[in-house]
Design a protein around this ligand. Structure first.
Ligand SMILES: [Zn+2]
Length: 250
């Protein structure tokens, strides 16, 4: 069974999240039992039509595409990561000729993932024409080298809590710590309620959001009801009246 934080703890976490700056930033899914007013406003909003997903009409199932070999989430692993070997660009090339940013992808030992598929998902997300490289701003290439500019880690909940400390990530959050975008395997499996039926979209969001922090971007609010959520909105907390949007440049 997963542990659930109480309302008081969730509120405390939200306060901490609200205060998080560019040094360490986190995302959070659950709306607490007694949400603050800005979340209450979101609850009163009408339902909005979900935009179409970018998932291909055929091809691997979403979980397979994301590298999952099981939906079982190990709460605790030993904290040792394997670097996904190889130096390859995403299969979707970045538009233009933006400067290359190197990315090292790592998965914690014991996670039920196909590491190459997971790495492919990450790179395709980063090099999507709607990603951070849009318009030739930059392009991303995966490397196994120690001197990668960005690291993307997939971690069990307890390991993530440790890597993201002192932020209280409650086993359910993801974070950025230094050059590391640390993705929570619990979240990778389960997505987020407001992305129901579009877990692929949520996974794209998670990669873009945490890597966005590594690139120096801070949080942004929902700009208005019915508008696409900025990728740097804390969409794991809920869409707050905005519509799903996983992309920096949708
Ligand atoms: Zn964030």
């Amino acid at each position: 069974m997963r542990r659930r934080s109480g309302g008081r703890r969730a509120l405390a976490a939200l306060v901490l999240l609200a205060a998080c700056g560019p040094a360490v930033a986190v995302t959070r899914r659950d709306v607490p039992q007694a949400p603050p007013s800005f979340l209450v406003q979101a609850a009163a909003m009408p339902a909005y039509a979900l935009p179409p997903t970018r998932a291909a009409p055929s091809g691997p199932a979403p979980d397979e595409l994301a590298g999952l070999t099981s939906r079982d989430v190990p709460q605790t692993l030993n904290g040792t990561f394997d670097v996904v070997p190889g130096t390859v660009p995403g299969t979707v090339p970045a538009p233009g000729v933006g400067p290359v940013t190197t990315v090292r992808v790592e998965t914690e030992q014991g996670l039920p993932v196909d590491a190459q598929r997971f790495a492919g998902f990450v790179m395709d997300t980063l090099d999507d024409p709607h990603g951070w490289g849009a318009g030739g701003r930059m392009s991303f290439v995966r490397t196994g080298s120690d001197d990668a500019t960005i690291q993307v880690l997939l971690a069990s909940p307890d390991t993530l809590d440790r890597l993201c400390s002192p932020i209280d990530t409650t086993g359910e959050l993801s974070c950025r710590s230094g050059a590391r975008a640390v993705l929570n395997f619990y979240r990778w499996v389960n997505g987020q309620e407001d992305y129901a039926g579009n877990t692929t979209g949520y996974r794209r969001y998670l990669v873009n959001h945490e890597v966005g922090h590594v690139l120096g971007h801070g949080h942004e609010p929902c700009p208005g009801a019915g508008m696409p959520a900025p990728v740097m909105q804390q969409q794991t907390l809920g869409l707050n009246g905005c519509t799903q949007n996983p992309w920096p440049y949708p």
